[in-house]
Every structure is written in C-alpha cells, then in structure tokens.
Design a protein around this ligand. Structure first.
Ligand code: SF4
Length: 354
C-alpha cells in the first residue's frame, strides 16, 4: 500500500505544490491549502467546495494527521490543559490560557526534556524525542478548534514541554506554518540558554520573540537550578544576548522563577538588574509553583517578598511583571507539564535551597 503524505505541518505553498498534480484546476491546490492552514480542517470530507471524486482522490493520496486530544482539564481560572497523543503513542501536554477574547497557547516541542532544571517536572521525566512539525503545529490546531468562535487573537509561547532550541529543525518548519496564522510578533520562543540555538534564531530572516529562563543572579546558583549553565555559562549567554538582533520596539524577555531563600533577596534583585543593564528587556518574575510531591524542599516566597523583589527590580529601571501563575490547580502552570495523565507520578528529585 502506498504511504499517504501528511499535509499538516506544511505551508500553504508546500501543500498546493504537493496537491497540484492530482487536481483538475491550478487553483484547487490553493483551495486545499486554505482548508488545512486557514480553516483548520481535520478531514477531506469537510472540504465541501471540492467534488466528492476529488475528495476521495485526496483521501487516497494524502493524510491530515496530527496529535489527537485524549484529555482536556479545565482550570478554575479559565486555562485548559490538553494531553495530546501522537501517532506512535507518545503523549505531550499543551496549555491554553484565556484573557477575555485573547488566548495564549503554550506549545511543547519535545516529549520530555534533557535540560533537567531542578524545579521542573518535565525536566524530572528526562529526555524525550523531538516533536515533528505536524506534532507541534497540531497542538495549535487542536486548541484553535476548541476555542474557535470565542477567541479574537492568539499568542503562542514555546514554553511547554522541552527545550525548543534543541529541536531547531522541526521548530523552524513549524514556525513557517504558524506564521501564516499568527504574526511572529505574537510568537515567543523560550530557551534555557542554548547558545547555538540562540545564534540560529538570530540568523532567521523572520524571527519570533526571544525569552530566556534566567532563574538565578549568578553562575554558581544558576548551575544549581539549571545544570545546562555549566555548558553555556552566564557570561557567554549575556555576550550572545547583547549581540542578538532585535527588531524595532522588541525586547528580550527574561523569566525568573522565584524560590524562597534561594534567589529572592534584595541583593539578588540588584544582581539581576546588573546583568540586564543595557539590554532592551523585560523580566517576568514567576513565583515558584510548589510541588511538594516532587520538590519537597522548594517553597514559593510569601507575597511581601515577591512584591519587594519586583519593586527592587523596577526601581533599578527594569520593566517587571509578576506572573501570578495560571492553571496551577490542574498542574498546567510553568514547570508542571509532564505529558501524562495527571495521576501518573514523575520521579522525585530535590534541591536544597540556600
Ligand atoms: S524548565 Fe524548560 S528547559 Fe528546564 S527542564 Fe523544564 S522544560 Fe526543560
């Protein structure tokens, strides 16, 4: 039996070109592409402006394959966590966060993560395989289909499972497809600081926004929570970021998970401000999402400490947002995704706070 070609995870131009030899008129290829990329069709049957005969021919030669949603959990704050299953049975999670008519989709790029940040459940699972373009774009398609009528604008953040910049080939292809629906200005790629990946991003003609997980104010403490910092030290990271090309009006976002007694002091805020000095940037302070089961020694600072830290940064001239996490009640918040049904435990690890 001939292998059907999957049309998901391809640009409109690629779809039109693939379909062209099998349709009666040149514009039919573009019509099929529109159904898949713009109208998010999940079956050739939906393409009602094509003849039955043509739909049957397309079905014979092509597939519309994407991960299948197998579990959707709603948070009290309006966020939804999706567990999706790929054709080989691998499961990953992605999250949609609502704010009025706007939605932010948090997409995964790997089924696990080898980076091993010590506060992150995904890191505790360990390495998983890279997701393919149709599996990355498929998460977007699944969530758009759920929200469709009620959402006017979608932002995308690559902050789900995995390190996007360790999967640049598939990420790059997925971005080309997503740009047809979402402007690069509304897409953010978040990295733990993979320098070759940041340089790759810098080399792209059309670039999404860049976010970097900082999480500590100095090299020693960064190595404690982000082992990848041994390979890509803080000074090299910042010299690469200082050379990163930024479009007019853009800034680099820094994420800083605030852990009680570890990185939440006034002196730490001053050190962070020093690191960021001279870089067009903003910083998201993310109070730790506690997980006593996996990280019993890690605590979230109290609200006064969080606010003091943010004010100290702001007084140093930084643009600061405190991310009071969404979706924490359904384990959909930052660092909580694991790609399994929520009853399955991840292996326990711990970090002694200083
Ligand atoms: S925080 Fe991101 S980079 Fe770090 S282990 Fe978790 S998924 Fe990987």
């Amino acid at each position: 039996m001939n292998q059907r070609i999957n049309l998901v995870g391809r640009t409109s131009a690629e779809i039109a070109e693939l379909v062209a030899p099998h349709v009666d008129r040149p514009f039919r290829g573009r019509q099929v592409a529109r159904w898949i990329v713009e109208r998010n069709a999940s079956s050739f049957l939906e393409m009602t402006d094509l003849s039955k005969q043509l739909r049957a021919e397309l079905e014979r030669r092509f597939a519309i394959e994407e991960p299948e949603p197998v579990d959707i959990v709603q948070s009290a704050d309006g966020s939804s966590k999706y567990l999706v299953r790929c054709a080989d049975g691998v499961e990953v999670e992605c999250v949609s966060m609502r704010e009025g008519a706007k939605a932010t989709f948090c997409l995964s790029t790997q089924a696990g993560c080898a980076v091993g940040c010590t506060f992150c459940v995904t890191g505790a699972i360990g390495a998983g395989r890279n997701l393919k373009p149709h599996e990355i774009v498929g998460q977007y398609r699944v969530m758009v289909r759920e929200l469709e009528a009620s959402v006017e604008r979608v932002n995308i953040v690559f902050m789900g499972m995995g390190e996007p910049l360790l999967n640049t080939e598939n990420l790059g292809r997925a971005l080309q497809v997503l740009y047809e629906s979402v402007s690069p200005k509304r897409i953010t790629v978040s990295t733990a600081g993979i320098l070759p990946g940041i340089r790759w991003l810098a080399s792209l003609g059309k670039r999404p926004k860049l976010a970097v997980s900082l999480n500590a104010p100095d090299q020693v403490r960064r190595e404690d929570v982000m082992p990848i910092a041994r390979r890509y030290p803080l000074d090299e990271l910042f010299s690469t970021l200082r050379a990163f090309p930024l479009e007019r009006g853009r800034r680099i976002t820094f994420e800083y998970v605030l852990i009680r007694g570890f990185n939440d002091g006034g002196a730490d805020a001053a050190l962070v401000a020093g690191l960021l000095h001279g870089i067009p940037s903003k910083i998201n302070v993310i109070p730790l999402n506690e997980d006593p089961e996996h990280f019993p020694d890690l605590r979230r600072p109290d609200d006064d400490t969080i606010n003091r830290f943010a004010v100290r940064l702001r007084d140093s001239g930084q643009t600061v947002t405190v991310r009071w996490s969404k979706g924490a009640d359904v384990a959909a918040a930052c660092g909580q995704l694991r790609g399994r049904r929520s009853s399955s435990p991840a292996p326990p690890i711990s970090l002694q706070p200083r």
